[in-house]
Design a protein around this ligand. Structure first.
Ligand code: UDP
Ligand code: MG
Length: 320
């Protein structure tokens, strides 16, 4: 029996790419159905993440024209991670497995067959991993690779060079639904699920139309979420740092006392001012880090809903 596969696609202001994306994925499904990799209940689930352009109008029209297309409209822009989660949770009761991918088809669609093949071999999670990063700018490539290394050092278990192109079985999705955190970093949560997993390697293409919806500000926010939602090592580093500075200050104190009694105490103004500034700065930095965690606790204890679905355009199930 071929599986019911859902393609889950978050869309934020993607009017320029949607038509072409749906066209290519429709062709993909036709092809996969012939190969027995997907059945007639498989769908393309487009999640409109509070777009300000015509994205939802296009989704509504495509839903009418194309039997594969379903649409979910979020009431607000909740960001990429929440949009993906919403799509996966909507697909969960309807599918055997769901694959999340970007609307701009930067993730190679030729690799989709391999994902499903791995699923049929018994994997619950299949991670898409980039072969190369030469379509990214030098800045994005170095920061991204450096970031994965930092995560590794901080003890966060993520798959190197894997973004959010991945397949999850229904069982894995059910496990994911038990993670209630509001500060969502899916790349960190999915490895925690722990079922059998495998990798599919692919080449990442250029965005074929439109601009990136991930400006530097959102990228930094996601990167910090990745660290502060999964690692308390920064807190430990601060304490260690505090111990080190305190130890060093003992030497400073000794030096000051010796200078005083030896009578070669100079006016010392510079040293005092420097240390006030340095320590003041360090303290603020440390407070900032601690504050970051408290901010997280604040939003977690409130446990507000992570997204709200305003409308769900579903296809009729095929007649038996
Ligand atoms: N996206 C979203 N909500 C946002 C920002 C982005 O749903 O607030 C979607 C976007 O439509 C795309 C995916 O997330 O499908 C990845 O965004 P993009 O391609 O702009 O990021 P990049 O590939 O440049 O990192
Ligand atoms: Mg992109």
């Amino acid at each position: 029996m071929s599986p019911t596969v859902y393609f889950v696609i978050p869309c934020y202001n993607e009017e320029e790419v949607l038509e072409e994306t749906v066209k290519r994925l429709t062709a993909k499904f036709d092809d996969m159905r012939q190969q027995g990799l997907a059945n007639e209940k498989s769908r393309i689930l487009l999640v409109n993440d509070g777009s300000k352009d015509k994205t939802w109008e296009i989704i509504t029209r495509l839903h009418g024209e194309n039997g594969y297309v379903e649409g979910v409209k979020l009431a607000h822009n909740r960001g990429h991670q929440n949009a993906v989660l919403c799509g996966l949770m909507t697909a969960m009761p309807l599918c055997d497995c769901a694959i999340s991918l970007d609307a701009d088809l930067q993730d190679d669609t030729d690799a989709l067959d391999k994902f499903v093949q791995k699923y049929l071999e018994g994997c619950d999670v299949v991670y898409g991993v980039r072969n190369r990063r030469d379509t990214d700018t030098w800045f994005k490539r170095t920061t991204a690779e450096g970031y994965y290394k930092i995560l590794h050092v901080l003890g966060v278990d993520v798959v190197f060079n894997h973004a959010d192109y991945r397949l999850m079985s229904r069982r894995a999705l059910e496990a994911l639904s038990e993670y209630k955190e509001v500060n969502l970093f899916l790349r960190g949560i999915v490895p925690l699920i722990g079922y059998r997993s495998d990798y599919v390697y692919y080449d990442r293409h250029e965005r074929f139309a439109g601009e990136s919806k991930y400006p530097l500000k959102k990228m930094i926010a996601l990167a910090l979420d990745g660290i502060t939602s999964f690692s308390v090592k920064p807190l430990k580093l601060i304490s260690n740092f505090g111990i080190l500075v305190s130890a060093l200050s003992v030497f400073g104190l000794l030096y000051a006392l010796i200078s005083y009694f030896a009578g070669w105490a100079v006016s010392g103004w510079t040293a005092i001012v420097c240390s006030i500034w340095l320590l003041g700065g360090l303290q603020m930095l440390c407070l900032g880090v601690v504050g970051g965690y408290i901010g997280k606790i604040y939003s977690e204890v409130k446990a507000r809903p992570r997204y709200r679905i305003e409308e769900f355009l579903q296809q009729q199930p095929p007649k038996e």
